[in-house]
Design a protein around this ligand. Structure first.
Ligand code: NAP
Length: 287
């Protein structure tokens, strides 16, 4: 048996084409503001890719680059200016921030209706309560689309998510629960992680440890979503799953690169369009 490779790149391209067609019919263009603090090389690449992706679908991008020594009050003022700008529909604060800045406080300063990363208390709470008028974090949202492309009926399946970050693990678990999966969230204190994973019909790894998940941790036929982006000892890009080993056991697996990563960007664009549409709908109700 050889696992189906879930092609995140192709699925992301399809989403982007649909968004591009939708946006071309809008009177006003949606706008996404990206705030980058400092000169972390990886963050610079992520921001550049996000801005290019915006342009490709007709979303107007606003880029704010702040020096690494900026004060928290200055970043907060930048966020407030974008909160108040009616042509900006989404705001993304690129993480991680330099250590002297409080990421939680600054993230919470983003207006919830513009919080395209879905990290504010309002959006996290809406996801927790099962409300569908919130903005869902991009990577779990994209991962869910990838899972659905392979698993038709999710109800009653065992899903294991390794990782419990606010950005990924917790919202991913909520999305799977919403689909009536029986969800286990594993983390660094989980005992017998291999046995826990072996129960999973859907196994999602978001740890940040190269090839942590071994072939014999995977249930035959499972859907494996590899969120991790790592460099191995040879400097090669790899995920959290032993991809080569998993191929002969899993039913389907996402590659790294070309799996979850492109879907994250597609869902960022989709969230920006959603935020734009929410604003238009609330404006027309008020009129
Ligand atoms: P994070 O905040 O560092 O969280 C990592 C999680 O893994 C934590 O919950 C941690 O447990 C758990 N963990 C660490 N070592 C473990 C071990 N040996 N066994 C079991 N669990 C362990 O990371 P994140 O932001 O969620 O990201 C995770 C990975 O996904 C990273 O590689 C990141 O680059 C990647 N990522 C990719 C995308 C994409 O678009 N493809 C987007 C976001 C993140 P504790 O809570 O107990 O410490």
């Amino acid at each position: 048996m050889s696992a189906k490779i879930i092609d995140g790149k192709a699925m992301a391209t399809a989403i982007r084409m649909k968004l591009g067609a939708d946006v071309s019919g809008f009177k006003e263009k949606p706008g996404l503001a990206v705030i980058l603090v400092g000169d972390d090389p990886a963050s610079q690449i992520y921001v550049r890719n996000k801005i290019k992706a915006c342009e490709s679908v007709g979303i107007k991008s606003f880029e704010s680059r702040l020096p690494g020594q900026v004060t928290e009050a200055e970043v907060a003022a930048e966020i407030k200016a974008f909160n108040d700008n009616p042509t900006v529909h989404g705001i993304l604060l690129q993480l991680p921030l330099p250590a002297h800045l409080n990421s939680h406080r600054l993230t919470q300063a983003i207006a919830p209706e513009k919080d395209v990363d879905g990290l504010t208390v309002t959006n996290a709470g809406k996801l927790f309560l099962g409300m569908d008028d919130g903005l869902i974090p991009c990577t779990p949202q994209g991962s869910m689309i990838l899972i659905r492309s392979f698993v038709r009926e999710l109800a009653g399946l065992n899903a294991v998510v390794i990782g419990r970050s606010n950005l990924f693990g917790k919202p991913m678990a909520q999305l799977l629960l919403r689909e009536n999966c029986t969800v286990t969230t594993a983390h660094s204190r989980t005992k017998n992680l291999d046995d826990v994973c072996a129960q999973a019909d859907i196994l999602v790894a978001a740890v940040g440890r190269p090839r942590l998940v071994k072939q014999d941790w995977i249930k035959r036929g499972a859907c494996v979503i590899d969120v991790g982006i790592n460099r191995d000892a040879d400097g090669k890009l790899c995920g959290d799953v032993d991809y080569e080993g998993a191929l002969s056991v899993a039913g389907a697996i996402t590659p790294v690169p070309g799996g979850v990563g492109p879907m994250t960007i597609a869902c960022l664009l989709s969230n920006t369009v959603k935020a734009y549409q929410f604003k238009r709908a609330s404006g027309s109700q008020a009129a």
